[in-house]
Design a protein around this ligand. Structure first.
Ligand code: ATP
Ligand code: MG
Length: 594
């Protein structure tokens, strides 16, 4: 082809499409008919099938044109609400030097989740999993006076975490897009105010994204600080579990939720007895053997915590909460591992399955859930292979470090706030806000002068939103068997105009006319002008989930088209002159400017 002519054509195309509308014959949208084997959950399957994302290696993905449009829309909503809340956007490097992380001890604490690398001079760096240290060091020395506070800075940037189990596509990936914000205040009260403002901004963001979500108390984990809340998009496939009360506003993550219950303890202590229990090791076998309920056992779980053996003793019918255990031991979660048979033998003198708190042989920290101290006449392992003890009582037969609560919450537990019963549901953690206090400013020596000229560390908060995970959460809440059903506000395009027979000039002309008119109104339109069968076009449009659909077919000559919405698929025939009004109505309903 003549080169000048070709360039001219491209120019024409660009001008006409203005970037915000597209002919599908030009669109890079590699849809798949088959469900990819790697995908387990609907959002992952659908985003792959719709040609919106592609995997490079485990946990590392690309965003293709349609998917990236959604990402940008989510980012812009986040941006608008962050800006409205007074935060200022900047952009930092993903690469951070080791020294910064050593100052707070997190080079070690983050453990194997951190991607580490070296430069040509053997200097060590990481690919930032988060940016607390970096932001703190950025304002250090620059913000000198209380008069410059409060300050809230944020970025939308790529984060790296070498997750133990990357899965579900963008849900738990090793490279992902996060909005992270950091607030700097002069005192605790200021920090709480900043926290409140971010909380409100997050509500606006997730409301605008049409997500059904709960705000729940979270565990502060690796970020530190005391108070944190997680924004959980409700979904059966969510990796997060929420314990909540329907009678009051209590809601907490599985890791955080307090377990409270009363123990009846007005029975007499009976004499300790050793019982021969050959091969009886599981709770079920013990229940059968002793003919009593698991709640009368004390379960002793052996761990290696930061290299040292620890035994946690809890009621036999309950599960241990490892986050609570790590918080008590002040260790990172990656430092906790189940003990192997050798270690169990070394400290108990017995095989696995016969561990108990009485007569331990080796050096070990014995942690006891407070409930155990009130329970009477328990059955426990005897620390001797094939033997258990009966009528074991705390104080008389053993002692140890009593920990208030080491238990994992479960459905039906008592609400710690109002005393009613707790329910459980699953959610996807899309956002997380933390009151950090001086956890980063103190070790990094980031200070300002207060109104009396006294040097003080900044009181900080940090606030994250998983942009790419949020896209998955939206798809989880908005899809059916045929594909995605994007809410208008994040849809890659607002309208799809399907021309049934693109070789028919009458149909094509009408399709083009509608396409141009909608574009002129600022509507983002896809024109399906491909030389494909109607069946393929319909399948694709269901799959990619464009909210408003116009089908141009046999009645094109009479200026009649079919109009439908992806969410209900109810079709109606309308005259082309009605289209603008109908689309405008949808925009109004969605709270979008037309
Ligand atoms: P999770 O508990 O799911 O591992 P987190 O609590 O470690 O997440 P934060 O440090 O709070 O994550 O990060 C802020 C936000 O970034 C999270 O609320 C989540 O939306 C997102 N996020 C975190 N890890 C990932 C990941 N591996 N893939 C995608 N998004 C992530
Ligand atoms: Mg979190």
């Amino acid at each position: 082809m003549n080169c000048e002519l070709f360039i001219e054509q491209i120019y024409e195309l660009k001008e006409e499409e203005g970037g915000d509308s597209m002919r599908m014959s030009n669109l890079y949208m590699p849809t798949l008919r088959e469900v990819p084997a790697e995908a387990e959950i609907p959002s992952h399957k659908l985003l792959l099938r719709a040609g919106m994302i592609r995997k490079l290696v485990s946990g590392i993905y690309s965003y293709l044109p349609l998917g990236y449009r959604v990402i940008r829309k989510i980012e812009n909503i986040v941006r608008e609400e962050m800006d409205n809340a007074g935060a200022q956007e900047l952009l930092m490097s993903a690469i951070q030097p080791k020294e910064l992380w050593e100052a707070t001890g997190r080079w070690h604490d983050f453990g194997p989740e951190m991607f580490k690398l070296k430069d040509r001079h053997d200097r060590e760096f990481c690919l930032g999993p988060t940016h607390e240290e970096y932001f703190t060091s950025l304002v250090k020395g620059e913000v000198k006076s209380y008069k410059q506070l409060p300050l809230n800075l944020y970025q939308i940037q790529t984060k790296y975490r070498d997750e133990k189990r990357p899965r579900f596509g963008l849900m738990r990936s090793r490279e992902f897009i996060m909005k992270d914000a950091y607030s700097f205040d002069a005192d605790e009260e200021g920090m709480r105010k900043s926290y409140e403002i971010m909380w409100k901004a997050y509500e606006k963001i997730f409301d605008r994204l049409k997500l059904k979500y709960k705000v729940v108390l979270g565990d502060s984990g690796a970020m530190g600080g005391n108070v944190s809340h997680e924004f959980m998009a409700l979904s059966e496939v969510g990796e997060g579990v929420i314990a909540y009360c329907e009678h009051c506003d209590y809601a907490a993550t599985l890791e955080k939720a307090s377990v409270i219950y009363k123990v009846e303890n007005d029975v007499e202590e009976l004499p300790l007895e050793k019982v021969h229990t050959p091969g009886v090791t599981t709770i079920e076998e013990l229940e059968r053997f002793f003919g009593i309920n698991a709640s009368n056992f004390a379960k002793a779980v052996v761990y290696k915590a930061a290299g040292y053996p620890v035994i946690a003793v809890i009621p036999g019918d309950r599960e241990l909460n490892e986050t609570k255990l790590c918080n008590y031991l002040k260790i990172a979660e990656h430092e906790l591992e189940m003990a192997n048979e050798d270690l169990i033998k070394e400290i108990t003198g017995a095989n696995k399955g016969f561990t108990g708190p009485v007569n331990l042989k080796g050096e070990v920290r014995l942690l006891i859930d407070s409930r155990i101290t009130k329970m009477k006449n328990l059955v426990t392992g005897a620390n001797e292979t094939d033997y258990h003890l009966k009528n074991v009582n705390y104080g008389r037969d053993f002692t140890g470090e009593v920990v208030d609560d080491l238990l994992l919450v479960r459905e039906g537990d008592i609400c710690p706030k109002c005393g009613e019963t707790l329910k459980m549901e699953r959610g996807i953690e899309v956002g997380n806000i933390f009151q950090l206090g001086t956890k980063y400013s103190k070790p990094l020596n980031a200070t300002f002068l207060d109104e009396n000229g006294i040097e003080k560390p900044f009181v900080m908060g940090c606030y994250g939103i998983g942009i790419s995970r949020t896209m998955m959460a939206v798809v989880e809440q908005y899809h059916d068997d045929d594909g995605i059903i994007w809410p208008l506000i994040v849809a890659p395009y607002h309208v799809i105009v399907t021309v049934i027979n693109s070789k028919n000039s009458e149909q094509m002309e009408l399709g083009e006319r509608i396409y141009s008119e909608l574009m002129a109104h600022g509507v983002e339109v896809l024109l399906d002008d491909r030389n494909e069968s109607a069946g393929v076009k319909f399948k694709d449009r269901d799959l990619i989930g464009i909210p408003i659909r116009i089908t141009v077919g046999k009645k094109a000559g009479e200026s009649i088209v079919e109009y439908s919405l992806r969410k209900d698929k109810e079709k109606k025939e309308v005259h082309v002159n009605e289209i603008i009004r109908l689309v405008e109505e949808e925009f109004e309903k969605a709270g979008l400017k037309f």
